[in-house]
Design a protein around this ligand. Sequence first.
Ligand code: SAH
Ligand code: SF4
Length: 350
Amino acid sequence: MNETSGSPTTFLALSQAERRSAVTALGGRSFHADVIERELFQNGRLAYDAMSGLSKALRAALARELPLLAGEEVERSEARDGTVKLLLAFEGNARVETVFMPGLGAKKDLGATLCVSTQVGCAVGCPFCASGLFGLQRNLAAHEIVEQYVRGRALGPLRRSVVMGIGEPLLNYTAVDAALVCVRSDFGLGARKITVSTVGFPERLRRIAPLRPGFQLAISLHSPDDDERGRLVPAMAGIPVEEVLAAGDFWFEQTGREVTYEYVLLAGTNDDEPHARRLAERLARRRATVNLIPYNPVATTGERRPSAESAATFQRILSEAGVVATVRWSRGVETDAACGQLRIAAGAAR
Ligand code: SAH
Ligand code: SF4
């Protein structure tokens, strides 16, 4: 995994081979690296001192010479439904959010869904999104993405993961891909348990699809109309919606996995019945499903949350046209758990 330049090396940032030689150089045996990996990934222990199977002397040497993790937990907020949101700081005061959402009801004991960030800020500039308000600060390194899983695992077992936090994954794909390789092997999350959400740059999707990457794809569409999508997803201005959908079709052909389209419902902007009918026309003949996400108000954007009735009407129009659609009311809203918001509330977005 690549390191962030200038920072001290951490255990997590090293490759498996490097971890073994680092542990041996500090007086341990190479299997001690496996012990640490197990304690970290499977048991959620975030400090050498909390790990069993290591001598006191080795723990002391490791703590002195080889920090486990690069980041720091700056803030934690917990919602009534058990959703925990972490604000993490990495090198250069790079702050990102990670959200841990335990299963509810019958799914309570199955483990949590973890939402991770891929970049510090975002260059795409969607006007309704808190993550992009201040542009892009920097990419996260692969180990900084993996660290979010480590910290999530420390809160409880993980069942699923969504790469839907701060940042645009396809604009930092090398690190995202490297991180997900570790996540699949170290945390045992299979390809169907990981969803990557992107605004869907067509030529990037076409390049990646033949490699059959190990995750589900979600494309943030937000409008059936070229001009409006260009306003809502500015980095995609000039790229026709049909080209994005064709890249989604290509993804399905190549990977055999259906694409999910995300559509943020913005009251009075893209949530009326004509929008629903035009979207249905675009998707009716395709193998795809739609997640309708009622907008989570972000103080600075001026957009409004739709009513439950208009969300239901939008969904009904899609369903009647044969398009499978689900309304996703997001969780943890009362603790600023919508994307990018904790970072802003903590005055940390710059
Ligand atoms: N950059 C990627 C992934 C991160 S955003 C993308 O845009 O897909 C994940 C999802 O959250 C996107 O569908 C995005 O449109 C949505 N989103 C962002 N801000 C939101 C808000 N305030 N309310 C509801 N959904 C939001
Ligand atoms: Fe970036 Fe996604 Fe937010 Fe748009 S919605 S600004 S692409 S994080």
